[in-house]
Design a protein around this ligand. Structure first.
Ligand code: IFM
Length: 554
């Protein structure tokens, strides 16, 4: 079988509107190649008259009845033993909100010509580094009781020698500031979930300015990555384990792969070339790095911060999305969609939950390099962290190697669904699809570690929140074990290669004001009302205007 990385993974949060996930695969020749060496189009080729229309959604809409009240949602209040009944939170990532993360690969990347839309740089951003007390107040004012944050490796260890020293020599000011942030949350009764690696690395670990051959041996491309992540996790677990029980090792590892190693939109900026083994190595190292960090956190964090009897619960935050064939009548599109779903959604989770590593992603475990029930991997997830945003329509007729130079191709609008400022389709039914499938496969408790919408004008967020929580309530009533929901995100922030244009915040940030004032959005008010009413009511849904026209970021 052709190695899986030849097929593009599903569009990431970063790239969702850019990429028609495509899969040349083995089953057919390229669309421009008749298979007999001629250029006759295949029946599946994306020509207007191919008898295989685009734009006719046959994917399951699976909308619940938004005309009726949802089943009840759990409250964020305390149970008898003092534990929160459910975690209602917002998620952030250090580099996106803190500002000033100068010793990182991303900081360097932002200074490079043409990397970020509009030439934006994270700079001081929303300056959470200064305003964390206020931000924790805002979280509570929004009716929430939980906060997902990341601790930035580059801030604590701006120099390699300090990371490798024994004992390790963290930047004491940064360590003190993270302690303050953690204390500010705990003082307000906020439960913390902490991410160890949210796309950003110290520049000494991954330098996007280095020549290509050096970048190909740095970061997750290096076989040292698992040991470095183990060391980092051990440090953070020992420093913060008394206050934190919920851990995320890696945020969206498959997005990191796609954006960094296939399409080159994130550091290290590598664009895949056919036959290159590098992406395979990166996946293997991501999986082994997660497992090493999982073990280190369990060893280092022995304090049960919330009194539930467990000192550490560790997972990844995996970006899941339903994938459907672009053309309803195309077998090739459907086959490609199934293959890509396996790769994007399940290969990594299968490895860390079951220990089954499908090394070439062909869907079986029979090839050299495939591993079954590897004791070094199996059982390395205590819950499933799921990031949900949208769906992908898969064009099976276009091989990735042709797509990459030509990015972007646009499919997101073809669904006919409303779409966000980043042109991602709004598809609450897909939330049910991924929750259900994740639960069916692994039977692990779930935290929704991200769910949100780019919406600069307020035309979308209220309804988006209401519809997705309606779906969540129904899924839970049907027996899916969800323990927490973290909205992405608390306040507007730096959206990677898209800069500051996309606004995902429950609070809008005024970047012109010296203290970066935050203002409630309608989405925040809707969230607070739903939490107050304990369900999504039909009355609320009837009051909310239909999705308005998005503003556009590119
Ligand atoms: O901003 C990102 C986040 O860092 C990872 N998940 C998707 C979000 C929206 O694109």
């Amino acid at each position: 079988m052709r190695p899986w990385f030849i097929a593009p993974v599903a569009p990431s949060a970063v790239l969702a509107s850019l990429l028609v996930a495509a899969c040349g695969g083995d089953e057919g020749p390229r669309a421009t190649d008749g298979g007999d060496g001629t250029d006759a189009p295949q029946p599946d080729a994306p020509t207007p008259d191919a008898g295989c229309p685009t734009g006719t959604p046959d994917y399951p809409l699976l909308y619940p009845d938004f005309g009726a009240d949802s089943p009840p949602l759990p409250s964020g209040g305390r149970l008898d033993g003092g534990l929160p009944a459910f975690l209602w939170g917002a998620a952030t990532a250090g580099h996106q909100v803190e500002g000033g993360n100068r010793a990182s690969d991303w900081w360097a990347w932002e200074q490079m010509e043409g990397r970020i839309t509009g030439g934006d740089r994270s700079d001081d951003g929303p300056d959470h580094w200064t305003h964390y007390e206020r931000d924790m107040d805002l979280l509570v004012a929004g009716g929430m009781n939980a906060y997902r944050m990341s601790i930035e490796w580059a801030r604590l260890f701006p120099r390699r020698e300090d990371f490798e020293a024994d004992p390790m020599r963290p930047d004491v000011e940064a360590l003190a500031r993270y302690r303050d942030i953690v204390r500010a949350a705990r003082a307000r009764g906020i439960t913390l979930m902490v991410t160890l690696h949210h796309f950003v690395s110290p520049i000494w670990w991954l330098d996007p300015r280095a020549p290509l051959d050096e970048r190909r041996a740095m970061g997750f491309a290096s076989d040292r990555a698992p040991e470095d992540l183990r060391r980092w996790a051990d440090f953070v677990g020992r420093q913060f384990g008394a206050d934190v029980d919920l851990w995320v090792t890696l945020n969206e590892p498959m997005v990191l792969l796609l954006a960094g190693y296939l399409v080159g939109r994130h550091p290290p900026g590598i664009v895949y070339e056919p036959g290159d083994e590098l992406p395979l190595r990166v996946v293997r190292n991501l999986i082994r790095a997660h497992a090493a960090a999982y073990d280190a956190l369990h060893a280092a964090d022995t304090v049960d911060a919330d009194g539930d009897g467990r000192a550490a619960l560790v997972s990844v935050a995996q970006h899941l999305r339903p994938l459907y064939g672009l053309r309803p009548c195309s077998v090739r599109d459907a086959t490609a969609a199934r293959r890509l779903e396996h790769l994007n959604n399940w290969v990594l989770l299968d490895a860390i939950v079951r220990g089954d590593l499908d090394g070439n992603g062909d869907g079986d475990l029979d090839d050299p390099g495939d591993v079954r029930a590897d004791p070094a991997l199996v059982g390395r997830a205590d819950y499933l962290g799921i990031n949900y945003y949208s769906l992908t329509l898969v064009d099976g007729s276009v091989p990735l190697s042709d797509l990459i130079p030509g990015l972007p191709l646009e499919t997101e609008r073809r669904t006919g669904l409303a779409h966000t400022d980043l042109e991602w389709s709004i598809y609450p039914g897909g939330f049910r699809v991924v929750l259900e499938e994740a639960w069916r496969r692994y039977r692990l408790p779930i935290h929704v570690t991200e769910n949100g919408v780019a919406d600069a004008t307020g035309a979308l967020r209220g309804r988006f929140v209401a519809e997705h929580l309606h779906v969540l309530a129904r899924a839970m009533a049907d027996g899916i074990d969800v323990r927490g929901y973290f909205h992405w995100t608390l306040m507007d922030n730096f959206e990677w290669s898209e800069g500051f244009c996309p606004r995902f915040g429950l609070y809008r940030v005024n970047y012109e004001s010296p203290d970066r004032t935050r203002t409630e959005t309608d989405g925040l008010r809707v969230l607070r009302r739903i939490l107050g009413e304990g369900r999504v009511t039909a009355t609320l849904l009837a009051e909310l205007p239909p999705y308005g026209a998005p503003s556009v970021c590119r």
